[in-house]
Design a protein around this ligand. Structure first.
Ligand code: ATP
Ligand code: MG
Length: 351
């Protein structure tokens, strides 16, 4: 079977380093390998409205920012169909059919949804649309019959819901959907990059992010104030690596060549960690090293962004064209669904 890849992001903020290691690198790699029949990337504006219904400006303004982030990390609209969720209304229609196959209690048991409800103080008043987003996400994937889904770890329970919908739909009406395969980053730390506060994953909604668009000064300030080991007070104190955000980021981003370039006293990360644990290595030195690595990564992305910002219309045009293409595909899926459900009335005509 030829691969159909599908993934996306909510336009609730600029993309951050968690997206970069958790998903964007994988996406660019898949694009460059070229081993696929179709490749869709969706900006999930209607999903973002499920927890931002009164904050439309945020969603609207970030939509273009996310698109610029995509293009600045190297996603190529000639190879990938980038589209806007709300411009493919067929996705709502597909969601409607899937909603009959999922119970409310099943959605309430979803561990990612449970966490997100708490994080958003939705315990007392939960929007139906928010609870339902795993169902609409299944529609986003299955509208294109995608089989490879590059995501971060937090999305696994949501994809499990898609799997259940596939089985349920195929068993109830007819086998039209293929199984899906989540594609996680190779390194564990990259599948759920922690936020600067060291408490939860880096997340736009939690405001604990280093954004791809942050300028040099902001990135440095954020790194210098990142959470480390609260008991590592004097340079001579032994330090802890576990839960130390600066080392988590080094695990995610650092390569051996960075030592040669920026910190030649050490050969690799294991040596640096050993010194930190023993004592005698200050946080500032480690943070400055991390800052060099992150700035090296972000500089070309910032340059590309500055170019794209000069012609925003062109970016919108890419999204509109992609949305039309995605729409054509989703329409075909609805026809197939109606056929097997048995409500494709046009086919009932004798002549
Ligand atoms: P929000 O707080 O609005 O939910 P988010 O920061 O969680 O935003 P999403 O748009 O929900 O970002 O996620 C887009 C993709 O990025 C998903 O595949 C998700 O798993 C992945 N992702 C998000 N945050 C991280 C992270 N900290 N580490 C690794 N992957 C992540
Ligand atoms: Mg999220």
């Amino acid at each position: 079977m030829e691969n159909i890849i599908m993934t996306g992001d909510r336009p609730t903020g600029n993309l951050h380093l968690g997206h970069y290691v958790g998903s964007l690198i994988n996406r660019v790699e898949l694009q460059n390998e070229g081993n696929y029949k179709k490749y869709y990337i969706m900006i999930a504006d209607t999903q973002a409205l499920t927890d931002n219904s009164k904050n439309v400006d945020k969603v609207k303004n970030n939509l273009i920012q996310v698109a610029i982030d995509y293009l600045s990390v190297g996603l190529d609209p000639n190879k990938v169909c980038i589209f806007i969720q709300s411009m493919v209304p067929e996705l709502f229609e597909i969601t409607g059919y899937f909603m009959n196959l999922v119970s409310v209690s099943r959605l309430q048991r979803n561990p990612t949804i449970k966490d997100e409800i708490k994080q958003r103080n939705f315990e007392k008043s939960l929007p139906i649309g928010f609870l339902n987003y795993p169902v609409s996400q299944a529609a986003d994937i299955l509208a294109f019959n995608a089989n490879i889904i590059p995501v971060g770890e937090d999305q696994l329970p949501v994809l499990e819901q898609t799997r259940e919908i596939i089985h349920s739909f195929n068993n109830t009406y007819g086998e039209i959907f293929n199984d899906i395969q989540p594609l996680l980053p190779k390194k564990k730390i990259c599948a759920r990059l922690p936020g600067l506060d060291g408490k939860i994953k880096m997340s736009k909604s939690a405001g604990n992010c280093i954004y791809l668009r942050d300028d040099e000064k902001t990135v440095k300030e954020k790194i210098m104030s990142a959470y480390t080991d609260p008991n590592h007070i004097k340079v001579s104190d032994p330090g802890q690596i576990e839960g130390n955000i600066v080392f988590s980021y080094l695990d995610a981003f650092c390569q051996d060549y960075h030592f040669e370039k920026y910190l030649p006293d050490y050969k690799n990360l294991d040596e640096l960690k050993a010194h930190y644990k023993k004592g005698g290595l200050g946080d500032v030195k480690v943070k400055l090293f991390l800052n060099n690595i992150i700035q090296e990564l972000l500089t070309p992305i910032r340059q590309k962004r500055a170019e794209l910002e000069k012609n925003i219309d062109k970016v919108y045009e890419i999204l509109f064209k992609g949305s039309e293409e995605a729409r054509e595909e989703a329409k075909k899926t609805i026809e197939k669904m109606k056929d097997v459900i048995g409500i494709n009335y046009k086919k009932f005509l004798k002549n």
